[in-house]
Design a protein around this ligand. Structure first.
Ligand SMILES: Cc1cc2nc3c(=O)[nH]c(=O)nc-3n(C[C@H](O)[C@H](O)[C@H](O)COP(=O)(O)OP(=O)(O)OC[C@H]3O[C@@H](n4cnc5c(N)ncnc54)[C@H](O)[C@@H]3O)c2cc1C
Length: 384
């Protein structure tokens, strides 16, 4: 493999801590969490104790004061072990940065330290039954009434929806506007008017509590607004490069792991007086996948490097997410094939990885939305 050059010895020591945490606290319990449809709060608290939450948030707000490489290590190791249940990346690397960058001092002091210990778990509420890709067209409303907002509407597919104590909620403060009508509110889930719907039954990522959420005349103080009223869409745009990069990191790490499991399996599986690894089909298919994944590893590492310098363009991040999640799905499909019937059994990691990978071309912006973004950047605007 082409050696990776991103990480210092301090980062590698952190990777060891993460691996120990996963071996001890995650892998032995993941199947049980899949049946329960969620991970226990004690896991978040254990991760908090070890400094695995809010890795790159400032220490003054309870964060670990690390850099994005610490986050990347956690994301990689979780993906490598197929641990889709603990959604630390959503909590620490998608929601927390909005608070760090746009929260008031009071909001940061109130929420970030408790997020860092795992006392508070957060979710991001954007998607609605009427659509997830077209965020400007959301229908959940937050109408100002004196020094409060009154929230009505519903969200769907919300990760951590059942366990979250705090939602970063996208809503329309001006329903007559598209992007300029969108605002972000911090909504505590113990407020009257909030109810959780079903924990949705998914074909993969089964240990994630993905839920419907309902808001009926829920009142939040105006001080729970994140950023300016009507500025929510702009704020959401600021984190796009990081969100897409996270999906790419997950994809390439999961692909590498699947190739490793498959190499071991085909070398061991005997048939027709030889091993499965002896067939030319096996050799060429795995060689081809290996070459493609290796190229993507270098590509993703370069995008991480650019991101550390604050220079990763959201369009380039969209390209990276598009190709890595497409390849991830192809890798899982072709690797599963080598496991024969065993590959279709849930007890085999490759079966889970196959189902989990399907989601990656939908969540965090669909493949088509990524293509649309890239096309808009490289082609003239469509005349309507
Ligand atoms: C497991 C899981 C977890 C999730 N977690 C969260 C979460 O925590 N928070 C949250 O807010 N959302 C979450 N989502 C929702 C996810 O972000 C949406 O599913 C996604 O954005 C797509 O929205 P949609 O499902 O409404 O599909 P739609 O937007 O209705 O899209 C349907 C189809 O139309 C295509 N399409 C859309 N726009 C275009 C276009 N411009 N050109 C061509 N084709 C297009 C799409 O690619 C797709 O194929 C999650 C989803 C899943 C499955």
């Amino acid at each position: 493999m082409i050696p990776r050059t991103l990480f210092s010895s301090d980062h590698e020591a952190f990777r060891d801590t993460v691996r120990r945490f996963i071996d001890e606290h995650v892998t032995p319990h993941h199947a049980e969490w899949e049946r329960a449809g969620q991970v226990p709060r004690s896991l978040w608290q254990e991760a908090g104790k070890l400094g695995l939450l809010l890795c790159d948030a400032p220490e003054e707000y309870g964060g670990q004061g690390g850099d994005f490489l610490h986050s990347a290590i956690l994301i990689e190791e979780m993906a490598r072990t197929g641990a889709t249940g603990p959604t630390f990346y959503l909590h620490s690397d998608i929601v927390a940065p909005y608070l760090v960058d746009f929260g008031t001092e009071a909001q940061k002091r109130k929420w970030l330290p408790r997020m860092a210990t795992g006392e508070v778990v957060v979710a991001l509420g954007m998607s609605e039954p009427s659509g997830g890709s077209d965020v400007q067209n959301i229908r959940t409303q937050a109408i100002r009434d004196g020094d409060e907002y009154v929230v009505n509407g519903q969200k769907v597919f919300i990760t951590n929806g059942h366990s979250a104590d705090l939602l970063l909620l996208a809503c329309k403060t001006d329903p007559t506007q598209r992007a300029r009508g969108v605002s972000l509110l911090l909504v505590e889930t113990d407020r009257p008017g909030f109810t959780r719907g079903r924990k949705l039954e998914k074909i993969g990522c089964k240990a994630q509590d993905t839920s419907e959420l309902f808001f009926s005349d829920l009142r939040v103080p105006a001080e729970n607004l994140l950023g300016e009223e009507g500025g929510g869409f702009k704020i959401l745009m600021t984190q796009l490069a990081q969100e897409r990069l996270i999906q790419a990191i997950r994809a390439v790490s999961a692909s590498e792991a699947a190739l490793e499991w498959t190499r071991t399996y085909v070398a061991d599986r005997k048939m027709f007086g030889q091993t499965l690894a002896d067939f030319q089909n096996t050799r060429f298919t795995l060689a081809n996948l290996h070459a493609q994944v290796q190229a993507q590893r270098v590509y993703v590492d370069r995008c991480i490097e650019l991101h550390l310098q604050g220079a990763l363009d959201p369009v380039d991040a969209a390209s990276c997410k598009l190709v890595t999640t497409d390849l991830q799905f192809a890798v899982m499909d072709q690797c599963l094939q080598f496991f024969g019937g065993w590959g279709y059994m849930w007890e085999y990691p490759i079966a889970r990885a196959f189902a989990d990978a399907r989601m990656c071309r939908i969540g965090g912006g669909t493949a088509e939305v990524m293509k649309q973004i890239i096309a808009n950047a490289i082609l003239p605007k469509v005349q309507r």
